[in-house]
Design a protein around this ligand. Structure first.
Ligand code: SF4
Length: 320
């Protein structure tokens, strides 16, 4: 008989890679296979150090800005978070071979912002300052055409030039509940404001938060596998905390776990952000199995079957 204490792990589903992340990572791998290294990638292709290091070993070169990419024929890939319009324009001017791996659901937000602008509306963007997706969305329109807000307090502070001619868009990886409150506040202050049917939070963010809401109230602790700079992973940890889970943590991988925090737990919830690979979830289950007599049960709140084809430049050969 095992002398280890028992531990039930409730595995949230859906969790981990979303369709946009699969597409972006596949794009880098396909470009490496087709053109050979180096393949330049502007910004972390997705916010996960494990994924980035793996691609770096295969020949991807990650840069912060385009001016770090030398002139030549090597491809340069734009990350899943999207880029300001100035970036593809600068790449075209230099004759670089640019491949855009922006998630189609982020591109959809860019289009919404452009349409509102064309119709003469001032755009309010709900999102987190300095996140690359927000930088990319802000950069779709001329300076001053979008106002970024992050909180209910920001809604109160808004003094638009024409309150009857506003629209809003949102970052795709926000907290569903926080965003609903902010949208309600916007609608209360500016009844004529125009926006998407619900908000622009993507299916993957919504589904992962729903699964956490189901599991968090019935476990002693909940672990989110993901990078600290991953917005959707951070939101999952917050959602678990708000749903009443007594101990929550965001960890990149098993070696980062502070095991002393999990001494007396009997039930653990486990999920992964949209940029965290399943292998890291398995590694963490193995880590717990070394210390506990583990049983694993999946708690599923949705089924996902979203798929995005590779960027056009990589498709023909990809079909081989
Ligand atoms: S989290 Fe959503 S918006 Fe971001 S890459 Fe994944 S599917 Fe696209």
């Amino acid at each position: 008989m095992s002398s280890k204490p028992p531990l039930d792990i409730l595995l949230c589903a859906p969790r981990g890679f979303c369709a946009g992340v699969v597409r972006a990572v596949d794009a880098v791998e396909r470009a490496l296979a087709l053109y050979g290294p180096p393949v330049y990638v502007r910004h972390e292709i997705v916010h996960n150090k494990y994924v980035v290091e793996d691609l770096r070993r295969k020949g991807a070169v990650f840069v912060r800005e385009l001016d770090e990419v030398p002139d030549g024929v090597a491809p340069v890939i734009f990350s899943a978070h999207g880029v300001p319009k100035s970036v593809p324009a600068a790449a075209a001017e230099r004759g670089l071979f640019a491949i855009d791996a922006t998630c189609p659901l982020v591109t959809k937000v860019h289009r919404e912002a452009q349409i509102h602008h064309k119709r003469g509306r001032h755009v309010i963007l709900i999102g987190h300052a300095r996140h690359p997706e927000v930088e990319g969305t802000l950069g779709q329109l001329p300076p001053g055409a979008i106002t970024l807000i992050e909180s209910l307090a920001d809604v109160e502070r808004l003094v638009p030039a024409d309150p009857d001619n506003l629209a809003y868009v949102t970052q795709t990886t926000l907290s569903v509940d926080d965003t609903r409150e902010i949208v309600d506040a916007l609608r209360a202050r500016f009844p004529a404001i125009v926006g998407p049917h619900k908000e622009d939070i993507c299916y993957a963010t919504t589904n992962r938060q729903e699964a956490v809401k189901r599991v968090a109230p019935i476990v002693d602790a909940l672990l989110v596998v993901g990078s600290p700079n991953s917005s959707n992973s951070q939101r999952l940890r917050e959602v678990a905390e708000r749903a009443g889970c007594p101990a929550t943590a965001l960890v990149l991988r098993a070696q980062d776990i502070d095991w002393s925090r999990f001494g007396n737990i009997r039930r653990l919830g486990l999920t992964a952000g949209a940029s965290a690979p399943e292998t890291l979830v398995e590694e963490i289950i193995d880590g717990f199995a070394e210390r506990y007599a583990v049983t694993v049960e999946t708690v599923s709140t949705a089924t996902e079957n979203v798929f995005f084809p590779l960027p056009r430049e990589l498709r023909g050969e990809a079909a081989e």
